[in-house]
Design a protein around this ligand. Structure first.
Ligand SMILES: C[S@@+](CC[C@H](N)C(=O)[O-])C[C@H]1O[C@@H](n2cnc3c(N)ncnc32)[C@H](O)[C@@H]1O
Length: 228
């Protein structure tokens, strides 16, 4: 099992820039998340939100701007990503950052919602994805929504969307070698799964049928509810 993908060095330092290159709708997708969560939780209610793989803090910044009453816990195993998030969040209250994994969070504490944005495609479907989904489910209240955004798909459909991303990047006049290298990395080193397989894993972990709320090229977003 592979339980963690560490972001460090140049990969951590350049993350905020490079994610907007490789995920062209990154800001649009991030911008949807607070209102989607508000639909489920209500904006002015005291709610605890868990952000799994909080990275450099984009989700937390947006959630704190959206609601004065939500309390956010961000968890991420990469210290260099946590430091960047801390710098952005310095002037805010209502959040805590944990350097570690979901398994480091107490089982007694139950959150009202969770987000996992661009994390699961780093984990193989050999029990690793399921392990993390189960650990999130165990820390959520019954009925809590999980918002998941990841690279997804398989076969020809995935290859077509990857080709579109490739063409988009070349059209922006990025260095062809850099584009080829990144597309090759996505193809060889990441672990996208089909929506059908994601549904199976979510159900096995204790969530209901996921609802897809967005798709942009190889990126998809779903909301699923913790059932027990
Ligand atoms: C692509 S970044 C996404 C960061 C942020 N969610 C965003 O959308 O900008 C992936 C993050 O997941 C973290 N990560 C890797 N494996 C993890 C795991 N098993 N549990 C939680 N976070 C993990 C990495 O350290 C990294 O910060």
């Amino acid at each position: 099992m592979k339980t963690v993908e560490i972001f460090e060095g140049p990969r951590a330092k350049t993350y905020d820039e490079s994610i907007r290159l490789w995920c062209p709708d990154y800001d649009a997708i991030q911008g949807l998340l607070p209102s989607l969560l508000g639909y489920h939780l209500g904006i002015n209610n005291d709610k605890n939100v868990l952000v799994v793989g909080s990275g450099t803090g984009a989700e937390i910044v947006n959630l704190l701007q959206f609601s004065d009453t939500w309390k956010i816990t961000g968890v991420d195993p990469s210290p260099e990503m946590i430091v960047q998030a801390e710098t952005k969040l310095r002037s805010s209250d209502n959040y805590e950052l944990v350097t570690g994994l979901v398994t480091d969070l107490p089982l007694e504490q139950k959150w009202d919602a969770a987000l996992s944005i661009l994390v699961f495609h780093f984990l193989p479907d050999d029990g690793s994805k399921l392990h993390l989904l189960k650990n999130i489910a165990q820390r959520l209240k019954k009925g809590a929504p999980l918002l998941l955004v990841d690279i997804f798909g398989e076969g020809q459909s995935f290859e077509y969307n990857l080709s579109l991303l490739h063409a988009f990047l070349l059209s922006k006049r990025f260095e062809p070698e850099m584009v080829e290298g990144g597309i090759g990395h996505i193809r060889k080193s990441l672990f996208p799964i089909s929506q059908e397989r994601l549904t199976e894993l979510l159900k096995e972990a204790g969530f209901g049928e996921p609802h897809m709320f967005t798709q942009s090229l190889i990126f998809g977003g779903w909301v699923a509810t913790q059932l027990s």
